[in-house]
Design a protein around this ligand. Structure first.
Ligand code: UDX
Length: 449
């Protein structure tokens, strides 16, 4: 205790109730716990984490509208608006109870998208730190969108400019920024502005990323967000996402990978929330068959619209699978990516997946479905040059060409070498930044007592 005054301090964390948000928040909680802090997790009743997998934390459930949550169907920002409205009362109540039973609470850490929690913590007199679970580059791009809109970027001729570069925001093309809004441009911009303002009012900002990768954008971030900022990723190098997975990871995939040749397998997974129609899923299946490359494919129940699991797969495909494919519902992804048989990753470009792939030196083929995925995929292909972005959606010729480049051709060799070089640079997460964050959390408490 005397050596480490942070020992008995408690940090309260609240993740959004989705896998790509729960994983980094639980990993951060573990990192802070190993640095001496006690941890309380507030969580939504939807996709509740399993307390027995992290018995060293205390868990507190926030009741919320479950049926509404399931009705938003891909409109992520509308979902976030609902959660902010729906959860704020229960969060305030739960925080109030925790404060009345623990006298050593230092601060709350919430997902950046939970902007309404700022009002709750201010009422109760504790500071809020924001965790941005996405890349720094995507956060900056989002923060710039309302400014671009004011300058007339979203004008009526947008459709004719889709392939043009966005001069104010390299390396984007117009279509990357167009893809970010699904329904109403007004609602999207309002949500983004609110999230950005909510972040600015926080006491500090944490990213699950690392300096070697995002250094070029750091100065820009510090200029526009002049609050203490900590890049302490990649979190998963310290704590695996296994303990926060709410789907069962199928370990038979590892035994299957053990039977495959070095760097020969294309791992295909589109994360926890993306959905696609049956036509595109069949195109993918035929493309995997035609390129004759071994593949491990995660088809999550719910991924392919209108199906329970694999009913849409053409019968002839069963033979292809028996020769060189393996399909599962959910993988131990980190272990898969670090397996020597895996030579490429066809991803939906969710930030956790991109980061996990970069850390294992696995080159990527990038699809993208929503939000930050469009930004991440552009950075992977055009800025970091660690993969190939599919520009035409699920067009057979382009998909097959990308698979050949990444897995076989000399053309992909450069990407593969670059990915390996970056992997070698990543030693683990930044303990210097973590220590600075710990000091800040300790200072919050000491300035209040
Ligand atoms: C979402 C958004 O897609 C993403 O862009 C945003 O940054 C966070 O929220 P998700 O779609 O789930 O997340 O993708 P991603 O960020 O890649 O997170 C998926 C997590 O699930 C990763 O940690 C991955 O390791 C894990 N996973 C994925 C598995 O454990 N098994 C699988 O089969 C697939």
């Amino acid at each position: 205790m005397a050596d480490n005054p942070s020992k008995a301090l408690r940090v309260i964390l609240f993740p959004l109730p989705f896998q790509g948000h729960i994983n980094p928040m639980i990993q951060l909680a573990n990192i802070l716990h190993s640095n001496g802090f006690e941890i309380s997790i507030l969580h939504h009743q939807y996709n509740s984490p399993d307390p027995s997998k992290n018995p060293h934390f205390s868990f507190h459930v926030i009741p919320g509208g479950l049926s509404e949550l399931q009705s938003f169907q891909g409109d992520t920002l509308a979902l976030f608006r609902f959660l902010n409205f729906d959860c704020i009362g229960p969060i305030r109540d739960c925080l109030g109870k925790l404060l009345s039973t623990h006298d050593h609470i230092a601060c709350m850490i919430t997902d950046a998208n939970m902007y309404n929690s700022q009002a709750a913590v201010e009422d109760l007199g504790i500071p809020r730190i924001v965790l941005r679970t996405t890349s720094l580059c995507s956060f900056l791009a989002f923060a710039t969108l309302p400014v671009l809109r004011e300058k007339g970027f979203y004008s009526d001729d947008l459709d004719s400019r889709m392939e043009d570069p966005v001069l104010e925001l390299p390396p984007f093309r117009v279509k990357d920024l167009r893809a970010i809004y699904i329904k109403s441009l007004d609602d999207t911009m309002k949500s983004i502005s609110t999230i950005v303002q909510g972040t600015k009012t926080a006491s500090a900002l944490i990213f699950n990323t690392f300096q070697d990768l995002e250094e070029p954008d750091l100065a820009n971030l510090r200029e526009h967000f002049p609050l203490p900022t900590f890049l302490i990723g990649p979190f998963h190098k310290f704590f695996s996402a296994e303990s926060s997975s709410y789907l069962t990871q199928d370990r038979s995939s590892i035994s299957w990978l053990d039977t495959q040749e070095l760097n020969s397998v294309l791992y295909v997974s589109f994360g926890s929330g993306a959905t696609m129609d049956q036509k595109n899923a069949r195109e993918m299946a035929w493309c995997l068959a035609d390129t004759k490359q071994p593949f491990l494919w995660v088809v999550r129940p719910g991924l392919v619209q209108g199906s329970e699991w694999l009913e849409w797969l053409p019968n002839e495909f069963v033979e292809v699978i028996s020769q060189r494919g393996y399909i599962i519902k959910w993988a131990p992804q980190q272990e898969v990516l670090s397996h020597p048989s895996v030579g490429g990753f066809w991803t939906h470009s969710g930030w956790n997946s991109v980061l996990e792939s970069i850390c294992e030196g696995v080159p990527m083929i990038c699809s993208s479905f929503s939000g930050d995925q469009h930004v991440n995929s552009r950075y992977v292909s055009d800025a970091w040059r660690l993969g190939i972005k599919l520009e035409k959606g699920f067009e057979r010729e382009e998909m097959e060409s990308a698979i050949r480049k990444i897995m076989v051709d000399g053309e992909g060799q450069e990407i593969r070498e670059r990915a390996l070089r970056l992997k070698e640079k990543i030693q683990g997460f930044s303990s210097q930044s973590l220590n600075a964050l710990s000091d800040l959390i300790v200072s919050f408490k000491s300035s209040r007592v």
